[in-house]
Design a protein around this ligand. Structure first.
Ligand code: SF4
Length: 379
């Protein structure tokens, strides 16, 4: 039987130079000497897709060596970055022009710089993207985490990416150990949903099948921000995994506390993947009620249950033949109920993962946590 390839995300560091308002990871960095080594990376299984993320992955000076190893075992690699270290990104892309780069940009210049807290962050990210495009890189694009503050910038930013022929990936606010955050929540849900609705209609009217499926993903984001059940099951940890800077293998980055299937520094892949601890985590995933809608857990589900998004796309493309606005957010019962007063803001808040009294667990090692006591969270 041919070896089954997996979908993996490698969190190479918890250090980050940005200061995003929706993520406290920069206050809880890993120690460089504890971060996942190339030797551990060599033990990873074959993957059909690998996402490299952080923290800020380009903080690691040995990222090239990591990518070199990952390329031996992965069909496709995408790096998520804040785009600040332009020279390092360009240098890496010269060696790996087939790689994907997603730069997080949270809106137009003013909004982005306020949310991400990086000096001149918008211009640096934008310049990096343009330079990569000029170098002939095909798989480059924006990544935006939509929230109250930047929702009005969603469509203008999409238009900008479209003009440059770039990918445009979206997300919304989540709470988890990974973000060291429990208080993220959307306040003005109808306003945010309306901006998604406009984007979805633009995506549906394009001639790109990839964008039609992105429209479905954004439809799922509206459903998510109202605190509703996921549109597709979550099968993380079955053929998908995350590995953190300590070599701990986890189902995803959406859990409240870190869930560990095993450790790749001390175990072989087969040992940990088939361990009783991994089975325990899989059973927790089956009963997980967090209802995340992040591309890392939704993309594998969209491939696995392809007929669900495919049927949705087909119906809306047919509608697009007869109307300028093939999609309405009121197709979702939660949006209708909210409009009709049957669902209130308080009810949606209660369904969300936002917990104003929770203390977020940061998932750091004891050594990193001890060091934190003496630091201010700077890299
Ligand atoms: S819904 Fe899926 S991705 Fe989200 S925390 Fe649960 S298992 Fe992880």
């Amino acid at each position: 039987m041919p070896e089954k390839k997996l979908n993996g995300t490698v969190i190479v560091t918890y250090r980050c130079n940005a200061r995003c308002t929706m993520c406290n990871r920069y206050k809880a960095p890993s120690l460089p000497e504890e971060e996942i080594s190339v030797e551990t990376i060599k033990k990873l299984p074959r993957m059909y897709f690998t996402n490299i993320t952080g923290g800020e992955p380009f903080i690691r000076k040995d990222l090239k060596e990591i990518v070199r190893e990952l390329y031996k075992k992965s069909d496709r690699i995408v790096i998520s970055t804040n785009g600040f270290f332009t020279d390092r990104i360009i240098d890496l892309c010269k060696e790996f022009p087939q790689i994907g780069i997603r730069i997080s940009i949270e809106g137009l210049e003013k909004t982005n710089n306020e949310i991400r807290g990086l000096p001149d962050g918008f211009n640096r990210g934008y310049t990096t993207l343009k330079t990569l495009r000029e170098m002939g890189m095909k798989d480059v694009g924006f990544g935006m985490t939509v929230q109250d503050k930047n929702a009005p910038d969603l469509v203008p930013l999409y238009d900008l990416s479209d003009k440059l022929g770039m990918e445009f990936a979206t997300a919304s606010l989540h709470n988890s150990f990974y973000f060291v955050e429990a208080k993220n929540v959307i306040h003005d849900r109808p306003m945010v949903a309306e901006n998604f609705e406009t984007l979805i209609n633009k995506l549906l009217k394009s001639s790109s099948p990839k964008k039609w499926f992105r429209a479905y993903f954004n439809h799922g984001l509206i459903n998510y921000i109202y605190g509703q059940k996921r549109l597709l099951p979550c099968d993380m940890s079955f053929d998908t995994f995350f590995i953190d800077p300590y070599g701990d293998v986890m189902p995803c980055n959406g859990t409240k506390d870190k869930e560990v299937m095993g450790n790749l520094n001390t175990q072989t892949w087969d040992e940990l993947w088939n361990s009783p601890e991994a089975e325990d985590v899989r059973s927790k995933v089956h009963h997980c009620d967090r209802q995340c809608w992040m591309i890392g857990s939704v993309s594998p589900a969209m491939h696995k249950y392809i007929w669900v998004p495919a049927w949705w796309v087909l119906r809306h493309k047919l509608k697009a033949l007869f109307t300028q606005k093939p999609y309405s957010m009121y197709e979702l019962k939660c949006c209708r109920d909210y409009r009709d007063g049957k669902l209130t803001k308080e009810m949606c808040d209660a369904c969300s993962t936002c917990d104003l009294n929770a203390v977020a667990n940061n998932g750091l090692s004891n050594t990193s946590n001890e060091k934190l006591l003496k630091r201010t969270g700077e890299v």
